[in-house]
Write a protein that binds this ligand. Structure first.
Ligand code: KIV
Ligand code: ZN
Length: 387
């Protein structure tokens, strides 16, 4: 089994399902380009059948972004799959991602379908998608609450129909790491034709376990992780890409597990997502929070000054956080401020936005002896993000 973990970014699809996080076509395109720089393996660009706007966004990205595979979501019906393909067809390596629920709760109350009907529809839908592309992913929605032997039957059938990625979502964020890891192992040991596909995971964060569950799945043989920048997503969100990637980079070496993510782009990408969606990152958020590499206590500061590794397990530079010692005050000029703003990860502010931040900065600096990054962060939030 390969040691490479494929990163499937769904910020533009599941991430956009965060209440208040909708993005326009220009913002989505800008983010897709940034995800290309980050070197994600797959960008899920949207759900073309959901609206004309989403169709246009996916098409724009598939037509113009090169590097990552571009995926589009489709329910298991001919119209959705045809619409997804119409949006994707000019892409370099397009992927149709189709899904159907397999849990009793969903089949009985939402789909009102029997197991046999679900099996048949999933198989027929994957077969239809495979007429367009050999790159087909099938997701068994609510898989972690499904009967595992039934999921195995469905996965075996969709592999025969042409699926090459099988996604096992924890749709409701209900799973526990040990349990979820064991489910992945069960699939690998019981699906007859599994050598023709890879297992993917897609975890929601309702109990705060999305990253832990994804990690447990990887340790048990999953090789694709679906995730979002800053952990955005439906309800409490999805697996935070920056956390999973840095866990593998910091602790995955023994198992030789790795991703191809260019980690130096993580921090600017996090800030871009925050700027575009207007959703600030909590200061104590792992990896990308404003406090993630700040040392407040004297004992810690002393330790870090003597030897960084006393209190830092990662190098902030690896995440794209540069630690130059520019100190800002009322005498600082526009140039120093612009550099500092960039260093903080806000690489996308326009001249007019920087000017507004500069005016506010001067006014506040006049009243304070020292300006901290948090002061500047608050000004940016207020002036640019309006939060
Ligand atoms: O959470 C989920 O099950 C999903 C699927 C569509 C993959 O988002
Ligand atoms: Zn989801």
């Amino acid at each position: 089994m390969s040691d490479k973990i494929f990163i499937f970014d769904t910020t533009l699809r599941d991430g956009e399902q965060s209440p208040g996080a909708s993005m326009n076509i220009h913002e989505k395109f800008r983010l897709a380009q940034q995800l290309g720089k980050l070197n994600v393996d797959v960008i899920e660009a949207g759900f073309p059948a959901a609206s004309l706007g989403d169709f246009e966004c996916v098409k724009n990205i598939a037509d113009n972004v090169r590097g990552p595979q571009i995926a589009a979501l489709a329910r298991c019906n001919v119209k959705d799959i045809d619409t997804a393909w119409e949006a994707l067809k000019n892409g370099e390596n397009p992927r149709i991602h189709t899904f159907l629920a397999t849990s009793e709760i969903h089949m009985q109350h939402k789909l009102r379908m029997t197991r046999e009907q679900v099996l048949e529809l999933a198989t027929a839908s994957v077969k239809h998608a495979a007429k367009y592309t050999s790159n087909v992913e099938f997701s068994a929605e609510d898989a972690s609450r499904s009967d595992l032997d039934f999921v195995c039957r469905v996965f075996e059938a969709v592999i025969e129909a042409g699926a090459t990625t099988l996604n096992f979502p924890d749709t409701t964020g209900y799973a526990l790491p040990e349990e979820y890891g064991a489910q992945i192992r069960y699939l690998l040991e019981n699906i007859r034709n599994i050598d023709r596909a890879i297992i993917s995971v897609h975890c929601h964060n309702d109990l705060g376990l999305a990253v832990a569950n994804s990690l447990a799945a990887i340790n048990n043989g999953a090789r694709q992780v679906e995730c979002t920048i800053n952990g955005l997503g439906e309800r409490a969100g999805n697996t935070a890409m920056e956390e999973l990637v840095m866990i593998l980079r910091t602790r995955g070496e023994q198992a030789r597990l790795h991703t191809d993510i260019v980690t130096e782009h993580i921090f600017p990408t996090s800030r871009l997502v925050s700027t575009i969606t207007g959703m600030p990152v909590q200061p104590n958020k792992a990896i990308v929070g404003a406090n993630a590499f700040l040392h407040e206590s004297g004992i810690h500061q002393d330790g870090v000054l003597k030897e960084r590794s006393t209190y830092e397990i990662m190098n902030p530079k690896d995440i794209g956080i540069s630690t130059s010692n520019i100190i800002l005050g009322k005498h600082s000029g526009r140039h120093a401020l612009r550099d500092k703003i960039k260093e903080m990860g806000y690489t996308d502010l326009g001249e007019e936005e920087i000017n507004r931040v500069f005016e506010r900065f001067k006014a506040v600096a006049d009243l304070k002896k020292e300006m901290f990054e948090e002061d500047l962060e608050a000004i940016i939030m207020d002036e640019v993000l309006r939060v």
